[in-house]
Design a protein around this ligand. Sequence first.
Ligand code: CMP
Length: 139
Amino acid sequence: MTERTFSIIKPDATKRNLTGKINAVIEEAGLRIVAQRRIRMTQEEAEDFYDVHRERPFYGELVEFMISEPVVVQVLEGENAVARYREVMGATNPAQAADGTIRKLFALSVGENSVHGSDSADNAKIEIAQFFDASDIVG
Ligand code: CMP
């Protein structure tokens, strides 16, 4: 089933000029980048985006990190894109990420972990809608 997922290339990665290398891993995995924009997230956008983590001890640090440098927001399309991208990203903590995954290759720590990907198709729709209009996405 062809579906879409939402991706963010995070500040630790944009700061180190890794956008192209991460996009190469995404494309080699068979996922198509059907929308992409480099933005500076506002504090309000970051707080809304991570609202489910509001009560976690790392919430403030997470929001500060996400607004510290530009990010690249993306829509990825492909077979089982949500699960496929989670495989390609690897475990949240890079110390536990499998060889060849984006986080194993590039992430610095559990916080500075280079990429975000939606955890379900329902959340993908919500996250995509926060950053893209339907006309921005060219499949
Ligand atoms: P992400 O997939 O963007 O969703 C929530 C984020 O919270 C996660 O990636 C991590 O970057 C971050 N996160 C999770 N656990 C911790 C932690 N213990 N300390 C700092 N950040 C964390």
